[in-house]
Design a protein around this ligand. Structure first.
Ligand SMILES: Nc1nc2c(c(=O)[nH]1)N[C@H]1C(S)=C(S)[C@@H](COP(=O)(O)O)O[C@H]1N2
Ligand SMILES: [Mo]
Length: 560
């Protein structure tokens, strides 16, 4: 059998394995899909520099790239299983089993995994092990009568390929039929090298059509599995639950947004970032699908009275609306990982006071349904700012990607220390006793937002006509507020930009300078913001790790 055929048989068997595990994971739970679990484990085990590089290089596609990587490794292993099984049928199950064991390890070490999570992997491996020999057998048709070898005598073991055409010949033993039509030729001696000579096999010829039909059958099984898996992953249920939720009215509406908060300049970030454009950063390879009917929030640790809230409990409480700009610590200067939204939720401080956080508990360690953790300073949450257990974003039930049914939002802190999505637990503890997800991975335990400003217009690298040109962007210093933005061109004098209004200090502010007289040639535009404490952002460049980038955003344009 040619090696491509053996590899194809392996690939199809691998696809069947994955295709069978998918609907099984749909029934059990999405994170029990072995490739997803393996990817998630890889994310957790990967060194911080690799993750930072992946986020920088692939941005929001990092998860797709990772899953594709896992599937590629699986495909290579499956092809290898096919090639090896063509030599010795025992090797196939060995390779598939070894990968299955890795998959099991990944699945069972996921946070919240139970014994039932093993099922998709076990079923998948079983399906692969069953399919592979089937395909290999279908690839071999009985050879024409004239080419049959005498059966080995008694005592000659199954390994009858050790003759002159020995099984050690690494070349694929593929031969076209010696005669068109395959008739026997009495003049011709029996072929020295049989059509197929592999250990443990009867003498049979490679049957391309047989293999391809069987492979198509396998592909159909894998495809059907994928479709069934999609239908079963509980996606539909959670989406229905999400769509069916009626949002209660806020007991405390947001501060009115001043008319001049959005300058409505085309190309400038709007004051409110629409949910579909809002950046997404998280470690979740498969977005947790949490049914609000099953959701609870447990508040424990260093508290006097542990509290457990259901989603209905949460909605029955007075809801507060707040406009808060969220940004990511891994946002490069000028980068896209920042957005502003109107959040609706319960004040976290109220719930914490009911639980009675003990003196000395300086950290709130929150966990998500998928086991991510986040350490937020308690004093920040309790100082009266709009720290929310949010259930809605921009007037819409929280999108699944942004933490449905409940997430945290704390103005003034980077997302990695404050904005837990799919939150299920909050433990009052101490920074010297507990560590959140990113801390041992090279990021600071505390992450107050640094004052930053970004030029949205003109775009970097733009070619512009000479004359009066609008320069505009956004600046943020959450909970301190932005007091001034200055712009300079080609290292000239700093000029005050006009600041748009903002309802509170917790959101970004748009800014504009609309009287730059652009002259032909190349120009560099820079921006800097000053927060309400009077501090101007530093021009000194710092990388995103460990606690947020610094430096001035600069764009270079060509004026013609
Ligand atoms: N469960 C969970 N919540 C999370 C994260 C995560 O990885 N898992 N990432 C945090 C980070 S680093 C940021 S910047 C914000 C981003 O929120 P968004 O995706 O809604 O914009 O979510 C935070 N909440
Ligand atoms: Mo982040």
């Amino acid at each position: 059998m040619p090696s491509w055929a053996a590899a194809l048989a392996g690939l199809v068997a691998g696809a069947v394995a994955v295709g069978v595990s998918l609907p099984a994971a749909g029934v059990v739970k999405a994170s029990a899909f072995p490739p997803a679990a393996a990817g998630a484990a890889a994310v957790d085990l990967a060194p911080a520099w690799l993750k930072d590089w992946a986020i920088r290089t692939f941005g929001e596609h990092d998860k797709t790239v990772l899953l594709a990587g896992v599937l590629l490794v699986l495909a290579a292993a499956a092809a290898a299983a096919g090639l090896l099984a063509a030599r010795n049928p025992r090797y196939g199950p060995a390779v598939l089993g070894a990968f299955g064991a890795l998959g099991l390890l990944a699945v069972l070490t996921r946070p919240g995994a139970g014994p039932a999570d093993a099922l998709p992997t076990l079923l998948g491996v079983a399906a692969g092990v069953f399919t592979l020999p089937l395909l290999l057998r279908r690839a071999l048709a009985p050879a024409p009568a004239g080419r049959r070898r005498p059966s080995p005598g008694p005592g000659a073991g199954p390994r009858d390929a050790s003759g002159p055409a020995g099984g050690s010949d690494p070349r694929p033993a593929s031969h076209p039929d010696p005669l068109p039509g395959g008739g026997s030729d009495p003049q011709r001696p029996a072929p020295q090298t049989p059509a197929v000579m592999r250990a443990g096999e009867e003498l049979r010829a490679f049957d391309r059509r047989g293999l391809l039909t069987a492979a198509l059958g396998g592909a159909a099984v894998a495809g059907a599995g994928a479709v069934a898996g999609r239908l079963l992953t509980g996606r539909a249920e959670v989406d229905t639950a999400r769509a069916g939720l009626a949002l209660p009215r806020p007991a405390v509406p947001a501060r009115p947004v001043p008319a001049g908060s959005d300058l409505r300049i085309p190309g400038l970030s709007p004051f409110f970032t629409p949910n579909r454009d809002f950046y997404r950063v998280d470690t979740a390879l498969v977005v947790p699908r949490v049914d609000p009917a099953d959701w609870t929030l447990r508040i424990g640790g260093m508290v006097d009275r542990p509290v457990e809230l259901t989603f209905a409990d949460l909605l029955a409480r007075p809801l507060v609306e707040a406009d808060v700009t969220l940004c990511c610590v891994s946002n490069e200067v000028g980068g896209p990982y920042v957005g502003n939204a109107r959040w609706l939720g319960v004040r976290l401080a109220d719930v914490l006071r009911e639980a009675g956080v003990r003196a000395g508990a300086d950290m709130l360690l929150s966990s998500s349904a998928d086991g991510w953790t986040c350490g937020t300073p308690s004093d920040v949450v309790l100082d009266g700012r709009d720290a929310l257990l949010a259930v809605a974003m921009n007037g819409e039930t929280l999108p699944v990607d942004h933490g449905f049914p409940v997430r945290l939002v704390v103005p003034g802190l980077y997302g990695y220390v404050s904005a837990t999505k799919w939150v299920t637990e909050i433990k009052a503890t101490r920074f010297d006793r507990d560590e959140a997800y990113w801390t041992p991975r090279g990021w600071s335990a505390r992450g107050p937002v640094k004052t930053q400003s970004r030029i949205d217009l003109p775009k970097a690298g733009a070619e512009l006509p000479a004359g009066r040109t609008v320069i505009a962007g956004v600046a943020w210093a959450q909970h301190r507020g932005v007091d001034a933005v200055e712009v300079r061109v080609d290292g000239g004098p700093w000029r005050q930009a006009r600041l748009a209004e903002a309802p509170t200090a917790d959101t970004w502010r748009q800014w504009v300078l609309d009287d730059w007289d652009a002259t032909p040639g190349g120009h560099t535009i820079e921006v800097r913001a000053t927060d309400a404490t009077g501090r101007t952002q530093t021009a000194e460049r710092a990388p995103v790790a460990p606690d947020g980038a610094t430096g001035l955003h600069a764009v270079t344009v060509t004026v013609t």
